[in-house]
Design a protein around this ligand. Sequence first.
Ligand SMILES: [Zn+2]
Length: 65
Amino acid sequence: MATREARSPFDRLRKHYEETTLRCPECGYVDDDGEWRVTARGGQVNYQHICPRCDAIDTRVLKYG
Ligand SMILES: [Zn+2]
C-alpha cells in the first residue's frame, strides 16, 4: 500500500500566496521585498499585507479543515 502524502489544498494555496506578487489594490504599488503577515486561528488563515506606500491593508482569508 503506497501512501504518498499529497499536499493538501491548503498547502498549495499557501504556496500560491507566498509566490504571489504583492501588489497594493489601492495604489498599485508592487512590494517586491514584502511578505504576507500570516496569522492562523480557528480553521482559517489570514494573510495580510500592508502597503508601504499608502498603508492600505490587503487581506486574504484562507479557510480549511
Ligand atoms: Zn498602496
